[in-house]
Design a protein around this ligand. Structure first.
Ligand SMILES: [Zn+2]
Ligand SMILES: [Zn+2]
Length: 150
């Protein structure tokens, strides 16, 4: 396993201890699979990989329960427009607003904080008297690597 991933997993284990939540072997296995794939991955593909690796009898409910836990703890994010999951790039920022840049070619996802955009949206909502609970910013296009190939 890549040392960066290993470092990240050690950090996540520590965070779980601090939050008094349990990173069960299943949750860890799902997290490992997500961290190892290059871009975002669907629940269906995760189930397939999980069955091939550590849990041959894994059921869809196993995946969904683990994903819900990882989402709640903000270790991963859900990309709404493609219904896939990706590792969080800002593990230590508990309440961050983020924009996702999704490569249509290699499916790589980069995450960037969006403080300024957040302010603009809040103001727009305020003008119309709308109360905003949350917002999702997902941009589709080509990453720098894939621009060079094309
Ligand atoms: Zn994040
Ligand atoms: Zn790409």
């Amino acid at each position: 396993m890549n040392t960066n991933i290993q470092k990240m997993l050690t950090q996540i284990k520590k965070i779980c201890e601090q939050r008094c939540v349990r990173l069960t072997p299943q949750r860890l296995a799902v997290l490992q699979l997500i961290s190892q794939c290059n871009g975002a991955i669907s629940a269906y593909d995760l189930l397939h990989l999980l069955r091939q690796s550590s849990l041959p009898n894994a059921k869809p409910s196993t995946i969904y329960r683990s994903l819900n836990f990882l989402l709640e703890q903000r270790f991963i994010h859900r990309i709404e427009s493609t219904n896939t999951f990706v590792l969080c790039h800002y593990l230590f920022e508990l309440s961050h607003n983020f924009a996702f840049f999704i490569c249509s070619n290699c499916k790589q996802v980069t995450e960037q904080t969006t403080k300024d955009i957040e302010e603009i949206l809040k103001n727009m909502a305020k003008i119309t008297g709308f109360i905003m609970f949350n917002n999702i910013i997902e941009a589709h296009g080509l990453c720098p690597k894939c621009i060079n190939i094309k």
